[in-house]
Design a protein around this ligand. Sequence first.
Ligand code: F0G
Length: 474
Amino acid sequence: MPKEPCAIATATETAYQRCVSPACGATYGIDEVRVACQACCGLLDVLYDWDRVRPPDSWSFFEQKWSRRQDPLCFSGVWRFHELLPFAPKEKVITIGEGQTLLHSSLGVAKYVGMQPGGLYLQYEGMNPSGSFKDNGMSAAFTHARTIGAKRAACASTGNTSASLAVYCAVTGLMKAVIFVGSGKIAYGKLSQALDYGALTVQIAGDFDDAMARVQEVSKQLGIYLVNSVNPFRLEGQKTIMYRVLEALRWQPPDWIVVPGGNLGNSSAFGKAFSELRDIGLIDRIPRLAVINAAGANTLYELHERRGLRWNDGAPDDSISEQYFSELDAGGRRASTIASAIEINRPVNLAKCLRALAVCDGVVREVSDQEMLDAKAQVGAGGLGCEPASAASVAGAKLLRAQGIIAPSDRVVCILTGHQLKDPTATVAYHTTDQQQFNEVLGKRGVRRASFANRAVAVSNDLDEIVKAIQLYS
Ligand code: F0G
C-alpha cells in the first residue's frame, strides 16, 4: 500500500516561492503575488518542502483516484496530481475538467518522422476545454488568484492563453478577463473564443512582444492578477502534462519529449516536473527534451545552439542574450511565422528553459513554415489535427531523426499543444485549389508547395457530374 500523503491543507506552510537564480535565492510566501524576484528581477519558482509534504511514494496512489472521478478533483487531469503541486488547499482549487487528454500512438506520423511503428506518440492537448494545453496552467494560476482574492486577471497572448483565461472567467464567474493581443496577430478561432466568452479584449497596434511588455506594466499599475507564464503557478499546472504522458506509458519515461517553443513555459514546466519526480523517487530516468522554434521566431535556437548560451549552474551569461536582443532591435527584426502561437522573439521563460535543457540533456532546433505545415497535414491525416505551432514538434522530431540524434528505435512523444480548429485560415490555405489564397496566406511566408494537400473537387450542380467525380476520386 502506498503510504498516506499528508493533508494538502497544510500546504501553505510547506510551499513557497524562490528566485531561480541560485546566487540570489530570495524566497517569498505562497500568498505573495509576484512575477519577478524583488531583489534581482529573476523568475520565480514555486517550491515545496517535500520532507514535510510527503508526496506519494508510488504512482498507484494517483491511479486509484480515477475510481473516485465523480469528485472533480479526481476527474481533473491536473488536480488528480494535486500532491505534486500542493500549493493550495482543496477547497480553493478551481477546475473546469481540464487535462482529459490523450496519448495517441500514431503509425502514420511515426512513418513520416522515420520512427519504427509504435515509437511515436502524440500527446493531444487540444482536448482541453479551451482547445489548448493552456488550461493545465490556467487552472493552477486561477486557483492561486482565487486564494489571494483577485477580481480581475490579465494576459498578453498569441491567442490560446487568452482563450483559456476567458473560459475560466466565464465558467466560474469569479474574475473579469482582460486580454492583450497584437492586432492581426491572432488566429480567428482563438479571437472568436475570447469575444464569445466575454473577455475585455484589448488589441494593441503591435505584436506579442509589445503586448507582453504592456500587460506587465498595466497589471502592475492597476493591480490586476497576471496569468502569463511568468506567473510561476501557471507552470505548476503545466507539469501535469508530463505526469499524464508517464501515466499513459505505464510510468516508463520515453526517450524524448518534443515540444514547440514560444514563450518557453511548457519546456520550463516539463524540466521542473522531471527533476522533482527524480528528487522524490517516482522516476529514475529523465527523458531528453527537444524544444522546437519556428525559424521565423528562433531566439532560443539562436542563443542555445549558435551562440552557446547555457544554464551554467544558474549563472547563464546574460551578455549573450542582451547582445542578441540589441541586434534584433537595431535591425528592427520582428518575429514572423505562420505559426502565430509561437511568433515570439523575447521568450519570458528563457532562463527556466535553459535550466530545463540542462536537466533533460536537451537540444533546440528550428523548423520552417513549410516543414510545420507539411507535418501538420500529416498529423491531420491521422485524425487528431492540430494548429500550425503544434506541428513544430512533429517537424522537429523528423529533423532530429534525419540528423541521427533521435534513433529509429527510440520512444518519442510529440506534444500537440493546440486543436486543429484554432487556425482554420492556415489549414484551408494549405489545402486550397485557389493559388491566390495560397499565395496570400502561405506563399508570402516562403511556403512553396502543399505536398500533402487534400484538395476539394469542384463539380457542377449535376447528378451525373457528381457521380462521375466520386467514381474518379474514391
Ligand atoms: N503551442 C501553442 C498552440 C501555443 O499557443 C503556444 C503559446 C505554444 C505552443 C508555445 O508554448 O509559450 O510554453 O513555449 N502560446 C502563448 C499564448 C504564447 O499566448 O497563447 P510556450
